[in-house]
Design a protein around this ligand. Structure first.
Ligand code: GAL
Length: 803
């Protein structure tokens, strides 16, 4: 039977490669001991050269396979090595792989010294080689380097299942079908009659068992097809992501020779020219693009960090689809998408440039590697088989489509373009639509892009059209929100647009040709640490289930052009909200459905912060109080010097009627808008769902506040490798609002079995920042102390456990 050995600890690493490193006798005591996932170099947060990552490095590891395992096939698996790997075992080359985003494996059976010492050496070339996608021209993201995903060995029998594709057919009918493709290897040199047994499980409980006999030919590889009808299974969807396991067992002469398990779901995903359908139900896709990068360590992050990103997308940002731009990403991230019901558009590596024939061969291979790795995942609804934003290349794209169709006839293909009228070999015209510039036009008309009636999905919008930093001024941050919102509104209003996937989930490090001059593209709705910018709330507020209320303003007039606190956007999924100023009720405000008629939850747009306070406080008739208010808002709008005559006349009338000098009028009414001199000014927004107050946000005067330190979890757990935990630090006021312009300096001290990823002396960026704590391979406790000059130290503790 099958046995797995994880090889993620005890690697010896050097940021260099020389031929002598492959010798079994070479003394590597000068190498650093590292764990996988590993980054070939740790980078600063920003302001570094993209060349820093581009070099060859060496990973060495000793390996033991016991004598009792002799007779088993030994398969070595690499989940991802950036960008080229040349693998040696005991001094001999055993395999090479081009491309940093897809897994590869090699059968090392013949080269193993059973019971003795074996030396595995991997030469990792992380330079941007023009023979490997996405390289050859420019790329707007860093590709990092190193053995940044896990490595493992699998010991199997002479006959074994290499892969299994469980296709679900007729899933909307009462009787559904399992169409199972078993990808077999036979090293016996003979043909065999196999007894195949299958067990279908839901939550570890068997719901169906079936079996059959099949003849395995003597050739090395074979695909065995098995068809089975099933009833009464639960469908997988974005709300109830029901997952099943299928265990396949091979028996020969009543002996179990191999057992192979895959997880899958019953679901039907279809793009049609009138939108996207999941299990026959039309749904609008609202999503974000994700790179797989993290600060400091680039791509090298283990399972829990990958899980967390999927959770942030689904639960915090409330999106229902993610595009893996622009390459296959961690299997852990995808595992979590399957579990959460987050739909995925996965695509091959590439960015605008198509290389020569050799390069194209790697891209075609990438299609195969991607599909064979991920074909059982119900979350994946579309394969991207074009190089992102590349020109037409019919021969090449016929190939990528053909191979995708040949491998998987259950899923449609897409291929991301940025121009109209492209030759379409895919099923879905997937288009990056950057037409929106803040005006009324938010998305192109699909027919104008596609030239014919075909399924259509917007795969990018915004991004570079309006880069926004967490610490930009309020007007900029609000504009960022509105641009995303207008695109969503336009998408929801157009029946022939399946969905829109915004650029992008978080800010990312990039090459010198892009970004804001510090090597960061500030295109995210969150920052690099996944801390939300205001625009995150545009997405978050479209979900139901958890109340969201984000007041996209600090309510400070000093942050506004000419001091005008005239319009405040509140991104919320509440039915309405009540506003209080210093505890006094001002008014009830409803979502602006008249402006945003199609999104699930339009924002509340507040333009009146006075309510009937003037009437109440100044003993004026309601009509006169109304006039006074209008005059005040007109002064805000036009300025006192440019006030239109009609307002001047009204003002004069009121002053005469209430016997007020100009000075008195100013001192009486100005505080309603400037709030100067007010002891303490506090706005309270109270959100209601089903007439129950469910959420409250307070905006008060500034104060010194405090540091709020929130870890994502309270323990670290090592199974196949080390674990990490993000810890978010925010400088908040007494009401929990982040103080956007705080750059507080903070130092991190760590004790026990843990390390801090990245620098230990940091400054908050736009009021917040995060760091990751990493376990070291040992059980124990970790204590992190967060110090700053102004505040009491904060302590976070973790327990580190091991499987
Ligand atoms: C697109 C590209 C993305 C990113 C984005 C920025 O053209 O596909 O990778 O560069 O622009 O908005």
């Amino acid at each position: 039977m099958r046995k797995i050995i994880h090889l993620n600890y005890d690697w010896k690493y050097l940021a260099d490669f020389r031929e002598e490193f492959i010798d079994t006798g070479f003394d590597d005591s000068g190498f650093e001991t590292v764990m996988l996932p590993h980054a070939n170099i740790e980078t600063p947060y920003n302001n570094f050269s993209d060349k820093l990552l581009q070099f060859k490095s060496c990973y060495r590891r000793r390996l033991k396979i016991g004598e009792k395992d002799q007779g088993k096939r030994v398969i070595l698996h690499f989940e991802g090595v950036m960008a080229y790997a040349l693998v040696y075992l005991n001094g001999q080359i055993i395999c090479e792989h081009k491309g940093g985003y897809t897994p590869f494996k090699c059968d090392i059976t013949g080269q193993i010294n059973y019971g003795g010492d074996n030396l595995l050496v991997v030469m990792v070339d992380s330079t941007e080689r023009p023979d490997i996608p996405p390289f050859g021209h420019v790329v707007d993201y860093l590709t990092y380097g190193g053995m940044y995903r896990e490595v493992w060995i699998e010991l199997v029998s002479e006959i074994y299942i290499e892969n299994m594709f469980v296709k679900t057919r007729d899933v909307l009918a009462e009787s559904k079908k399992l169409d199972i493709g078993l990808y077999m290897k036979n090293h016996t040199g003979q043909s065999h009659k196999l007894n195949l047994q299958f067990s279908l499980l839901k939550d570890d409980r068997e719901v169906l068992a079936f079996g059959c006999e099949k003849q395995l030919t003597e050739g090395n590889v074979a695909v065995l097809d098995v068809m089975q009808a099933v009833r009464e299974v639960l469908l997988w969807d974005n709300i109830c992501p029901n997952l099943y396991d299928l265990i396949a067992e091979i028996k020969m002469n009543n002996r179990i020779v191999d057992r192979f398990t895959v997880r899958f779901g019953f679901r039907e995903a279809r793009f049609r020219s009138d939108g996207f359908y999941l299990n026959g139900r039309r749904m609008k896709l609202r999503g974000l693009n994700r790179h797989q990068a993290f600060p400091y360590v680039g791509y090298a992050m283990p399972k829990s960090a990958q899980y967390k990103d999927a959770e942030i997308l689904k639960n915090e940002l409330g999106v229902n689809v993610v595009r893996l731009s622009h390459y296959p990403q961690s299997k852990h991230f995808l595992d979590r998408c399957d579990e959460l019901g987050l739909l995925v558009f996965e695509e091959i590596p590439g960015w605008q440039h198509i290389g020569d024939a050799e390069w194209q061969d790697v891209a075609v291979k990438n299609v195969e590697e991607m599909i064979k790795r991920d074909w059982n995942r119900p979350s994946i609804i579309l394969w991207g088989v074009r190089i992102n934003e590349s020109q037409d290349n019919d021969e090449f794209y016929k190939k990528t489509n053909n191979i995708a169709k040949a491998l998987d006839d259950t899923r449609q293909t897409g291929g991301v373009r940025n121009f109209a009228g492209s030759h379409l070999f895919e099923d879905v015209y997937t288009y990056n639509d950057f037409i929106h510039r803040g005006g009324d036009k938010a998305l192109c008309v699909p027919r104008a892009v596609t030239k014919k009636k075909v399924p259509y999905l917007v795969t990018e919008h915004n991004g570079h059209m309006f880069p926004t930093k967490k610490f930009d001024n309020e007007a900029g941050r609000v504009e960022h929100c509105l641009r995303h919102l207008k695109v969503l509104e336009s998408m929801y209003s157009a029946p022939d647009i399946s969905g829109a996937i915004g650029w992008c989930m978080f800010d990312y490090n990039t090459h010198k040709d892009f970004g804001s001059g510090d090597g960061i593209c500030y295109h995210g709705v969150t920052d690099m640490f996944r801390i939300p910018k205001e625009a995150a709330a545009v997405y978050a507020s479209q979900q139901d289930g958890r109340p969201v209320l984000e007041v996209a303003s600090s309510m400070d007039i000093g942050e506004r052009e000419a001091g005008k606190l005239d319009t405040v956007y509140v991104f919320t999924n509440c039915d309405y909200l009540k506003l209080y100023k210093n505890g006094v009720y001002i008014g009830t405000y409803y979502p602006a459905r008249e402006v945003f008629a199609h999104v699930p939850h339009p924002p509340v747009i507040i333009t009146d912060f006075i309510g009937d306070l003037i009437e109440k406080n100044e003993a004026m008739t309601p009509k006169d109080a109304g006039h006074a208010k209008k005059i005040l808002y007109a002064i805000m709008k036009y300025g006192d010097k440019e006030l239109p005559l009609r307002y001047k006349i009204r003002m004069l009338r009121l002053m005469l009627k209430y016997r007020m000098s100009l000075q008195k009028a100013v001192s009486t009414f100005a505080p309603y808008v400037t709030n100067w001199g007010c002891e303490s000014l506090e706005y309270e927004f109270e959100g209601y769902i089903d007439h129950k107050a469910v959420i409250k946000v307070k905006k008060g005067p500034f104060s010194s506040g405090d540091l709020l330190v929130v870890p994502d979890k309270d323990g670290l757990f090592e199974d196949e490798t080390y674990d990490v935990c993000r810890v978010v630090i925010k400088h908040t006021d007494e009401s929990g609002n982040t103080l956007t312009y705080s750059n507080e300096a903070v130092s991190l001290e760590i004790e026990g079995e843990g390390e801090i990823i990245g620098p230990k002396n940091i400054a908050l960026i736009g009021g917040s920042r995060a760091f990751w704590v990493k376990s070291t391979g040992k059980k124990g406790n970790v204590k992190v102390t967060i110090r700053s000059d102004r505040f009491e130290p904060k302590i976070v503790e973790f327990k580190v456990e091991k499987k």
